[in-house]
Design a protein around this ligand. Structure first.
Ligand SMILES: *Cc1c(COP(=O)(O)O)cnc(C)c1O
Length: 422
């Protein structure tokens, strides 16, 4: 392991994606390693917002059909642009709603309890919002939360594929799992899980919040039934950006569980009939008028992914996280840190997850020293060096700063408690 700063410089020079950093607004004198919570603003995203604003200015109501990006087709357009990131056909993806509302929509559409098959299978490590949504969907169908099976983790951080498969009993109607776990960054084997679910006649969907824009997916090839994600993390779509969903084309032509006029076939929508003719693609899972201003940044943000290529992004991301782990091992072993993300390239997502009993205040000390990590209760530090805008030098700097914080016990100046948002 070469721990010299010169080596970090060398890696940056070799980096084929290095010029993408210039596309972003990097907060001044900051090492931003929190792109897995909120990605940075790019100049392209900013221009895209300006383009939508100016179409409003220029065309008013006619912006729905006029200009470079007619609003009426904007969600479909962004869906098609997102499709390569999840390995789907353009008409299988739509940009709409939020992660959680999309999950509600998809469960309302695909959870059809019948006979003995009445349960939903999830896991105990998923993001709370997903679990709340699943429990409330069960309630709407008249079941209590005993109908939600949550696969247990052996080590508190990761899930075992075999345990998930064993939980696919003949009582399970639907499975919802993350593609990448939000704390440990573990990638689940979506291909194998889908195959095993289908063998048992169970529908399966994935939450891709932490995997889209970070790893490649092949949802269509894998035959995944549905997926959903937010666009403000790795995709840099901006705070509260409109989310995305995917529905496999074998399910096209069905009624959505939660209908609205934007579920319509676009040619029929303005016939104003009281009987819905749903779109014969993923557009059927939209509900109401799209939030154009919160979708706009994605147009520019997705362009950057197209240009860089998700395979190249993944390659650099693995290199960055590997370099970070090696430096942590070399410089900070014996300081009470545990690398709690999967180590191997196959199952390691886009961030490094460190556990330390003083994690909350170490994060505060890092922030004071201009490194932005994020804290995950009770003892986790997530560090996400992002392929499109972070550098190897920043990884080197961060480890150096962390070592000073630990050597000088600078974290003791802070309370070991999370902030309201952490
Ligand atoms: C970020 C995240 C969410 C957030 O849901 P919103 O509806 O966008 O607030 C949900 N699930 C997972 C797994 C996440 O990582």
């Amino acid at each position: 392991m070469n721990t010299e700063k010169a080596y970090a410089y060398y890696l940056d020079q070799q980096d084929d994606l290095k010029n993408f950093r210039n596309e972003f607004y990097i907060p001044d004198k900051t090492i931003y390693f929190d792109g897995n919570s909120l990605g940075l603003l790019s100049k392209r995203a900013e221009q895209a917002v300006e383009a939508i604003l100016s179409s409003w200015k220029r065309y008013a109501i006619d912006g729905w059909s006029e200009g470079a990006h007619p609003w009426y087709y904007f969600s479909e357009k962004l869906g098609a642009l997102s499709a390569p990131l999840v390995g789907a056909n353009p008409e299988e993806v739509i940009v709409t709603g939020s992660t959680t509302t999309n999950l509600h929509q998809l469960v309302a559409s695909f959870y059809k309890p019948q006979g003995k098959k009445t349960k939903i299978l999830a896991d105990e490590l998923n993001f709370p919002s997903d679990i709340y949504a699943l429990k409330s969907q069960l309630q709407l169908k008249g079941y209590d939360s005993s109908h939600l099976i949550q696969v247990q983790s052996q080590d508190g951080n990761t899930l075992d594929t075999q345990s998930i498969i064993e939980a696919m009993t003949d009582e399970v109607a639907l499975i919802v799992l993350p593609g990448v776990l939000y704390r440990s960054g573990q990638i689940l084997d979506m291909k194998v899980l889908t195959k095993e679910a289908h063998k048992r006649g169970i529908l399966i969907g994935f939450d891709l919040c932490h995997s889209i824009g970070s790893i490649p997916h092949y949802l269509s090839d894998w035959g995944v039934d549905f997926a959903f994600w937010c666009n403000y993390k790795h995709l840099n779509g901006g705070p509260g950006s409109v989310a995305g969903l995917y529905v496999n084309k074998k399910h096209f032509g069905k009624e959505p569980g939660l209908a609205g006029w934007f579920s319509s076939d676009k040619e029929k929508q303005f016939d104003m009939e009281h009987t819905l003719t749903p779109a014969d693609n993923s557009g059927a899972y939209q509900i109401g008028t799209p939030h154009l201003l919160s979708a706009a940044p994605l147009l520019g943000a997705l362009e950057l992914f197209q240009e860089a290529g998700i395979k190249q992004i993944r390659e650099k991301s693995l290199h960055l996280t590997n370099y970070l782990m090696e430096l942590l091992e070399a410089e900070l072993s014996g300081y009470g840190f545990t690398i709690a993300n999967p180590i191997d390239d196959e199952t390691r997502g886009g961030h490094v997850f460190l556990e330390h009993k003083e994690a909350a205040r170490i994060c505060k000390a890092l922030k004071v020293d201009s490194v932005v990590p994020d804290f995950r209760t009770p003892n986790g530090i997530r560090l996400a060096p992002v392929a499109l805008y972070n550098t190897f030098e920043e990884v080197w700097q961060t480890v150096k700063i962390l070592k000073v914080i630990m050597d000088e016990e600078r974290y003791k100046e802070f309370e070991n408690k999370r902030g309201v948002i952490a």
